[in-house]
Ligand binder design. Structure first.
Ligand code: PEP
Ligand code: MG
Length: 761
């Protein structure tokens, strides 16, 4: 096809050599009458013709073939020379005229996305996807022409050249097409999953919707409305409306954050009619591709547009597995499987926060260690790999809650893995494979824990929550409440360090943030207890929040200024949290408990209670107060705490194990020795449970060990009252508890003497 320009309607799915993978897909969608924003493709033929006529084609090919790609200095230098050559050489007039005319047809003030569409992209066995540039919000002819050339140049970035060499690609076949597509200026936008990615139900379609441009939802920065549509009954079966306080809009400088009018913040974003219309379009797209799809959509001037559509690769169904490509089972790296699951994607190495925007939906995030500020980007990733950390580090805790497969403590992921390389994370076994590996579920994963959820246990099984927005998902399980509500992530959304907020006199803002977070969780767990743990952030964890640079530099933050010792030094922070809970009690939320973290002496507990009294939280008939047992000190003097009226204790076994064994929980080098089942840790736990039982104090475990079935067997024998586990472990732990409880009853029966009358002596 020797045309320079092809409109979407002129393109079909087999036209990849002319228009690249992206272009062919858009053509296919336009011809199937899906409402995609209009546009055209500057073909690969146009690129070749341009370079040939300007006499640079052969030159470029020669330059690329002469590069020794293993010499990164040479690679970077030559790659830049080729790109400069393209950028400095003007475009042939014929092409300039044709592109300008095509753009005029769209309207010369139209905002367009200019995307590279490499002809080798997305082909089986050659995952170049995402390696070339995309430019958004381009307008005016001059800019458009310049960005088409920028796309061409991006065919020669160091990493693109490196991968072509690694794949043994024929240099003469290297070409690039450029997609020019109108950008939807959406009033409302979002994502549709044509199968429910949480329940894996193929009959359910999930619509997410928010005000403004889609970037806010895709990046995980706002919580969207969620609507569930049943494909069989063709009805909306559930609607969850989120409060949205800000949105992105577009202006000539790019995306702009704007306040949503207060009257609109709590409204349903997309009308029922539009939900039905959108669902119908998306079901048609799924049928067209014969796969469950992940679809980005936009509503502009009451018209729906489909912006992107790709297969859902994380769905745990045989159907979803069909479209993973060939297996290449080379293990590149091993580490600790911290959040179970299986995911394939493109590696993005993150060296600093400024690089987080590199992470697109479905990528594999590779970094030294995650921090709370990385959470929005973590939500976009399909898998996470870190150099550092153990099973209770930040990356592990967050990934488990978000349900993202994660491997931590690999020691060298950021050195061994290469940016843009495709890998598969098998986090159930701690293996990273090269390429996309077909996921055949291993027998231990398919042991049908999920088929039953009606376990009957006397020991309560609760769930750990760090993100208020996960509360809804967690509440769908047969669960007895929230045994640990971590406070730290509630305040990161503000971007300001909590202690800094208070220094600026913004106690009320802090109180409101905490209140809003707790309320969201409590509403999802009506009539079930929710145990809120007061702030326990280490000084190195929030340094990237505003004011975080003022945090002291500690040699060992794990043993430093955190938990109740810090909250008492900066009592306004503690008071703001207590006030939030007091207000919630007054509003009728009577299911809240308070846990004090990292205590070492009873004075701390007493002082915390005095502050609670000051804000009117105590006495309160609904207020239950307790401490976390996270230090050997607190465990050994448990009697003193009980003397001070303690409603409950909860073991923070992550810290307790660290301190009993003297093993830094974040140090990957010694993780194999980190074990809650060490006799010394077990003895301390058994001691505290015995003391508490004797004096009517309820006991619980909320550290990671409560999610380990082997540890749970000990805890049940010791007589623990409740366990608080990660969402992914609920069914597995309930099953273990049910079995262990039955065993204990049987053991007790079996050890009794048989009634004399049945004995033969
Ligand atoms: C613990 O230490 O076990 C605990 C639950 O707290 P964190 O992991 O937040 O320190
Ligand atoms: Mg702790």
């Amino acid at each position: 096809m020797n045309k320079n320009i092809l409109w979407f309607k002129e393109i079909h799915k087999d036209d990849i050599p002319a228009v690249g993978g992206k272009g062919a897909n858009l053509g296919e969608m336009a011809n199937s009458n899906f409402p995609i924003p209009g546009g055209f493709v500057v073909t690969a033929y146009a690129y070749i013709k341009n370079c040939e006529q300007l006499g640079i084609l052969e030159k470029i090919q020669k330059m690329e073939s002469s590069i020794n790609v293993e010499d990164s200095e040479e690679l970077n230098k030559k790659s830049k020379e080729i790109r400069d050559l393209i950028l400095k050489t003007d475009m042939i007039q014929e092409l300039k005229t044709e592109i300008s005319k095509a753009y005029e047809k769209m309207g010369t003030k139209t905002y367009v996305a200019v995307r590279s569409s490499a002809t080798a992209e997305d082909l089986p066995g050659a995952s170049f996807a995402g390696q070339q540039e995309t430019f958004l919000n381009i307008f005016e002819t001059k800019n458009l022409l310049e960005h088409v050339r920028k796309c061409w140049a991006s065919l020669f970035t160091s990493r693109a050249i490196y991968y072509r060499k690694r794949q043994g690609f024929d240099i003469e076949k290297v070409a690039i097409a450029v997609v020019v597509q109108k950008m939807a200026n959406s009033e409302i936008s979002g994502i549709v999953f044509t199968a429910n990615p949480i329940s894996n139900n193929l009959d359910e379609l999930v619509v997410e919707a928010g005000y403004g441009l889609g970037e806010a939802i895709v990046s995980g920065s706002i919580t969207p409305d969620t609507y569930l549509y049943n494909k069989k009954t063709k009805k909306i079966v559930e609607k969850t409306i989120a409060t949205q306080t800000w949105k992105y809009t577009k202006n000539t400088l790019g995306n702009k954050k704007e306040i949503v009018l207060p009257k609109d913040q709590k409204l349903q974003k997309l009308s029922d009619d539009k939900i039905l219309e959108l669902s119908k379009i998306c079901v048609n797209i799924e049928n067209h591709y014969d796969k469950p799809m992940d679809i980005e959509w936009a509503l502009e001037k009451n018209e729906l547009y489909i912006v992107q559509a790709r297969p859902i690769t994380t769905l745990k169904t045989e159907k979803a597995e069909e479209f993973e490509t060939e297996a290449n089972k080379k293990i590149l790296l091993t580490g600790l499987g911290a959040s179970p699951g299986f995911a394939s994607g493109t590696v993005k190495i993150i060296k600093g926060l400024s690089e987080l925007q590199k992470i697109n939906k479905g990528d594999i995030m590779v970094t030294k260690m995650t921090t709370p500020d990385m959470v929005p980007a973590m939500k976009r990733a399909s898998g996470i790999i870190t150099d550092e950390g153990g099973i209770t580090c930040h990356a592990a805790i967050v990934s488990r809650e978000l349900g993202i497969p994660a491997i931590v403590g690999t020691e060298k992921a950021t050195k061994i893995l290469k940016d843009e390389e495709v890998v598969t994370v098998d986090a159930s076994h701690g293996h990273v494979y090269a390429g996309t590996v077909l996921h055949k579920e291993s027998p231990e994963i398919t042991t049908k824990h999920v088929e039953r959820s009606d376990f009957l246990t006397v020991t309560k099984v609760k769930v750990n929550v760090a993100f208020p927005e996960s509360a809804e998902r967690a509440s769908k399980y047969n669960i007895d409440g929230v045994g640990l509500l971590r406070a730290e992530h509630m305040i990161t959304t503000s971007g300001i360090h909590p202690f800094h907020m208070v220094k600026q006199g913004k106690q009320d803002k802090l109180k409101d943030l905490v209140k809003e977070g707790i309320k969201k969780v409590a509403q999802n767990f009506k009539n079930k207890p929710v145990y809120y743990r007061t702030f326990d952030a280490r000084t190195d964890e929030f340094i990237n929040l505003k004011g975080g640079d003022k945090e002291p530099k500690e040699d060992n933050p794990m043993l430093g200024w955190h938990g109740i010792r810090r909250d008492l030094d900066q009592a306004e922070v503690l008071k703001a949290q207590f006030k939030a809970i007091k207000e919630l009690y007054d509003e009728g939320f009577h299911n809240l408990g308070i846990m004090i973290p990292f205590t070492i002496n009873v004075e701390e507990y007493k002082k915390a209670k005095e502050l609670a009294k000051e804000v009117g939280l105590i006495p309160h008939k609904h207020c239950f107060f307790g401490v976390m047992i996270e230090t050997p000190a607190a465990a050994l003097i448990i009697d003193e705490y009980i003397n001070e009226k303690l409603d409950f204790i909860s073991f923070g076994t992550n810290d307790l194990t660290q301190l009993v064994l003297g093993i830094d929980r974040n140090n990957e080098k010694i993780q194999t020795q980190f074990s809650e089942k060490h006799l010394a840790v077990l003895k301390l736990i058994a001691y505290v449970i015995k003391k508490c039982k004797a004096r009517g104090v309820r006991t619980s475990v909320c550290g990671q060990s409560a999610s380990d079935p082997e540890m749970v067997k000990y805890l049940i024998k010791f007589g623990i009252d409740s366990l608080s586990v990660n969402i992914d472990a609920i069914d597995k732990i309930k099953e273990t508890v049910e079995l262990e409880e039955k065993k204990l009853i049987l053991d007790a029966i079996r050890s009794r003497n048989i009634d004399k009358k049945y004995e033969i002596d």
